[in-house]
Design a protein around this ligand. Sequence first.
Ligand SMILES: [Mn+2]
Length: 348
Amino acid sequence: MGALAFFDGVVSWRCLHFLGLELTVESPMKLSASPFLAPSPEFSRYDSAAVVVLPFPYEGGVSYGRGAGAAPQAILDASAHVEGYDEVLKVEPYLMGIATVAPPAIPNHPEGMIRTLHERTSALLRDDKFVVVLGGDHSISSGYFRALLEKYGRLSCIQLDAHSDLRDEYEGSKLSHASVMARIREMTPHVLQLGIRSQCLEEARAIAANGWAVCTMHDYRKALFDADRALAALPDPVFLTVDLDAFDLSVIRSTGTPEPGGFTWDEGLDLLQRIFLRKDVVGFDLVELSYDGVDRSSAFCAARLAYKMLGFKLAAAVARGVTGWPTQPVGPLFRCRPTDRSSPGGGA
Ligand SMILES: [Mn+2]
C-alpha cells in the first residue's frame, strides 16, 4: 500500500489556493479500521456523517483496575454485533451516518493527553459533527468539555457515575480520574451528578457547603431527590459524561472501580432518554470500561448504550423539528443554531 495507505480513508477535505491552482489535500485524521456498528461504508464516511466516534485509549489516570486503554477497541469490536434497528424507536439511527476516526497518538503524561483530546475534539466540532468519545479512564473528560465550552460559550455537565470525582487531587494528581468533576466544576457552575454511591468526607462536605446538585443512588431510589426539577434548572447546552460504573454490576461489571447498587439497564436508559429529550445534549463520552480480554458482555453493553444514546439524540432532534428521520447521511444534523438556544430550560 505504501504512502497511499496513509491517505486511504483519510478524512476532512481542505482546499489550498496556490498560484491560481486549487489543490485538494486531506488532513491526517484517519478513519478507524473498525467503524462503530460496522455498517456498509456509505454510512460511515466522514464528510456525510452526522456523528463521529473518537476512540481515546488512555488509562494513565486510573487508581485501581486497569484495562481502560483496551476499552475503546473492545467497544468498537462489540458494536459490530449491535443491531442497527432500534426496536423502541422503530428506526435505524445509523442512517444519519456515524464515522469512526482512528485513535490519536496520546502522550503518556496527563497534560499532554488532555491537550490532545481537546485538539482532536475541537477539530471535529469545527466540522459540526456530534462527537462521541470512547474512553479511556474518566480523567479524559475535561479535555472534551473544554472544547465544547469553547464552541458554545457556556456549557452544563451531567455526570452519571458511582463516584462523585470531586477530590481536588488524588494520589498527588489533579488530573486523576477521581478529580475530573473538580476540574469540570472549575469551568462551569452548572453540574448535575447522578447515581453517586461512593465518596469521601471531603467531597460530602464540599457538596453540602456549596449546595451542589449531587443525587446519590440512595436518594434517587427513595425519591428524595427531584431529578426532573434539577434537569429543568440546568441551562442548555449540556455535555453528558457517563462513567459506566454508574450501571449495576449485573449490567456492566468490568470497570476500573466497580461499585454495587447501580442503575439497572432499564433505569439507566429511562434516565438518559429523559435527559436527551429535555436537554440540548451537544456531546457525550463513555468512560471507565475495563476490558480484560474475557468479559465480552460489558463491552457489548457499552456499545449498545452508545447506540441507544445516539438514538435518543436523534429522536430529540426529530421531536424538536430540527430534522426528519434520516434515510441517508446528509452531513451534520445537530449543528449549533442560535434559535435552538433561545430557551435556557430548553427542549421538548
Ligand atoms: Mn466512577
